[in-house]
Write a protein that binds this ligand. Structure first.
Ligand code: URA
Length: 255
């Protein structure tokens, strides 16, 4: 049984400093298994004991993983800059110390955005060599052209000379202005610049998956959900692009 100090357990999972935790304990605002604990250096079993601070119960898990279905109009940073921060959309009782968006979506892009306080996982998702693919649905101003498949597949050169890694792109069934794109990298405005490089224009963009994990269709825009360890495993699962296309068709009816 992993024993640790109560104040360490709380400070790893909340915004409170050790001295604030000490005060909260002495006021009787911290309980372990339903009983108030006055001393913040009390040892607890971090797996089994149920800790509550001001009525809020803290998870035994060391890290938080939260998925947001990002709406338009919010910036992917932890502070307001050129718009409101996406962090404002995370309910207060889900926020933990050090929570930040693992990756970026443009202010006008919607869809799957992961928040975590697990720096190592965020690095694995965001690193340029990440093997975690990201799939987007792009609404185009002009019809999809079949030649995009080969051009994207060879690795497009963007207007400024940057060269993209080979990417998969397909038209959606029965919708000539909609395309699915799968990327393994995350350059600035990459999907928009890729379509610009083939003479098209992205009107709307939504991210529908991170690795093998798909944005649940029933998660409304602007809402968050906590991810479970099995969801995090799915991030690293390999998924075939043809399966992505089949699953992706379901998103047209949703937001
Ligand atoms: N590509 C873009 O152009 N924008 C995003 O938000 C994500 C990928």
């Amino acid at each position: 049984m992993p024993m640790m100090r109560l104040d360490k357990f709380i400070s790893e999972r909340t915004e409170y400093t050790r001295s604030q935790i000490k005060q909260l304990c002495s006021k009787g605002s911290v309980s372990v298994n339903g009983s108030a604990v006055k001393k913040s250096d009390t040892k607890i079993d971090s797996d089994a004991d149920k800790v509550e601070v001001c009525g809020r119960s803290l998870s035994a898990e060391r890290y938080s993983y939260i998925l947001l279905n990002k709406p338009k109009g919010y910036v992917s940073s932890t502070v307001d800059s050129d718009g409101e921060s996406v962090l404002k959309l995370v309910p207060e009782d889900m926020r933990t110390k050090g929570l930040f968006p693992a990756g970026r979506l443009d202010k006008d892009t919607t869809g799957a955005l992961l928040f975590t306080d697990d720096g190592e996982l965020a690095h694995r998702i965001c690193s340029p060599n990440s093997h975690i693919s990201k799939v987007y649905i792009a609404e185009l101003s002009r019809p999809f052209e079949q030649e995009y498949v080969e051009k994207f597949g060879k690795g497009l050169t963007l207007a400024n000379g940057e060269v993209c890694a080979p990417a998969k792109v397909r038209a959606a069934e029965n919708a000539e202005n909609l395309a699915f794109v799968e990327l393994h990298e995350g350059m600035y405005h990459q999907v928009k610049r890729m379509f610009a490089a083939v003479g098209n224009h992205v009107e709307n963009l939504k991210r529908i998956s991170l690795g093998g994990f798909f944005l649940p269709e029933n998660l409304p825009l602007g809402e968050c959900m906590c991810l479970l360890p099995k969801d995090i495993e799915q991030l690293f699962a390999k998924i075939d692009f043809d399966d992505i296309l089949t699953i992706g068709q379901n998103y047209f009816s949703a937001n």
